[in-house]
Ligand binder design. Structure first.
Ligand SMILES: [Cu+2]
Length: 292
């Protein structure tokens, strides 16, 4: 009798552990699936905000499907790891698993599979990039954007609403500026920097681009959702990088024209865009107009 006990006990323990694992898996599956509908699962955006431009959904879809592909790959890899750990575990000192070295087919497979994945990711990245960087020759609005240590200046060019070639709004490190854009119109951004590399990022547009001294980068968006969006510098550019915030107001054409007129009335107009740091009155972390 006494000889049977050491065998029976591990079997019982295995059964209990199995039930616990199964119960935990089922329980968490019910919790996860119960909390969301099929639609939630299909449209799960992986922490990406809803796109607020015509171009945004392309980036959104690239991001979403890249995550699904990565998760599917991860699931297969994790499943294989756990299966191998379980299936080929060392059962006793006598029962050592087969020690395999060199498996040419396997090695060829795990060299080719990642290359195939990179090719697919690369193809879709270039495809989306071509769409979001496409530019039309006659955009409705052109904004010369200046990123400088440590704020932004927005120059609105050639607008019929005002009697000047340029009206502008300049932020300071003490007061963040607001970029106003008309809804459903194509906006062309030219990006300028008088000092170091910044990055012009409107979070809700799912789009950012480097602002590089000595060259003018550009892109176009068509905002199609009215509202206020957050903008920030996405390139560490110095001590007060974190102050390089701005707001974006997407409004109707009438409100946009009224805003430009208000800039004109304030005296914020010029014959040429303000492209330099001194023009924008921004200095190292301080507002040189007087207040800190
Ligand atoms: Cu910056």
């Amino acid at each position: 009798m006494g000889q049977h006990l050491p065998v029976a006990r591990p079997r019982l323990r295995v059964r209990v552990v199995r039930r616990l694992v199964l119960g935990a898996l089922l329980g968490s599956a019910v919790l996860v699936l119960g909390a969301c509908s099929v639609d939630d699962v299909v449209n799960f955006g992986w922490a990406m905000p809803d796109p607020a431009t015509e171009q945004g959904p392309h980036i959104y879809e690239l991001w979403r499907w890249s995550w699904w592909a990565a998760m599917a790959t991860g699931a297969v890899v994790w499943a294989l790891i756990f299966w191998v750990i379980w299936r080929y575990r060392r059962r006793s000192d006598e029962d050592v698993p087969v020690q395999t070295r060199y498996n040419l087919p396997l090695e060829i497979f795990y060299t080719i599979a990642p290359i195939m994945m990179v090719i697919v990711f690369f193809y879709w990245t270039v495809t989306v990039q071509n769409v979001v960087l496409a530019e039309v020759d006659d955009p409705d609005v052109t904004v010369e954007v200046v990123g400088q240590q440590w704020s932004w200046t927005f120059n609105y060019m050639d607008e019929d609403a005002v009697d000047a070639p340029v009206v502008y709004a300049a932020g300071t490190a003490s007061q963040i500026p607001t970029l106003w854009l008309p809804k459903d119109e194509t906006v062309h951004f030219n990006l300028h920097s008088p000092d170091v590399i910044h990055s012009f990022w409107v979070v809700g547009f799912l789009m950012k681009m480097d602002v590089v001294p000595g060259r003018v980068n550009s892109f176009q968006v068509t905002p199609n959702v009215e509202g206020t969006f957050k903008g920030k510098c996405a390139e560490l550019c110095g001590t007060y990088h974190s102050r390089m915030l701005f707001d974006v107001n997407v409004v109707s054409r009438a409100e946009y024209d009224a805003y430009l007129q208000s800039l004109y009335d304030l005296g914020n107009f010029s014959d040429t865009p303000l492209l330099g740091g001194s023009d924008a009155r921004t200095q190292a972390g301080l507002n040189t107009n007087g207040d800190h």
